[in-house]
Write a protein that binds this ligand. Structure first.
Ligand SMILES: [Zn+2]
Length: 119
C-alpha cells in the first residue's frame, strides 16, 4: 500500500478550493450557470479520485490464486477463469468521470473469453 489515499484526497480538495477561489476572483461577473460548471468540473475530479481509490481498496480483488470453486466463472460456459495478472481497467463513472482501476484479468481456459470479473 503506497501513500494514504486520505492524504491525497485532502490535498486535492484543498487544491480545488484554492482554484475555485482564484477562479471566482478572475470571473467576478460569472453567471450562476458558469459558476455551476466551474464547480462541477472540479468536483468531478475529486469524485473520480474518491471512486478510484475507494474501489481500489476493496479486499476481494485477488482471486487468481484461489481454488477453482472460489474463482469467478466464465459468463459464457461457466468454467472457472484463469487469472492473467493485473491489468489497468478504464471505467466511466456515472457522472462522466474517467476512473482507472487495477483489476485482475481472467481468461476462460475452455472458450477463450477474457474479462475483468465484476465485483
Ligand atoms: Zn468460457
Amino acid at each position: 500500500m503506497d501513500k494514504d489515499p486520505e492524504e491525497h484526497w485532502r490535498d486535492l480538495s484543498e487544491h480545488i478550493l484554492t482554484e475555485m477561489k482564484e477562479w471566482r476572483q478572475s470571473h467576478p461577473q460569472a453567471t450562476f450557470r458558469e459558476i455551476e460548471d466551474a464547480v462541477h468540473s472540479r468536483m468531478s475530479r475529486l469524485e473520480a479520485q474518491l471512486i478510484q481509490d475507494t474501489a481500489q481498496q476493496s479486499k476481494k480483488r485477488a482471486w487468481s490464486g484461489a481454488s477453482a470453486q472460489d474463482r469467478p466463472t466464465c459468463p459464457v460456459c461457466h468454467t472457472p477463469l484463469q487469472g492473467r495478472g493485473k491489468r489497468q481497467r478504464r471505467l466511466q463513472g456515472a457522472g462522466g468521470q474517467e476512473v482507472l482501476l487495477t483489476r485482475e484479468y481472467g481468461t476462460c481456459p475452455t472458450c477463450g473469453t477474457g474479462l475483468f470479473p465484476p465485483g
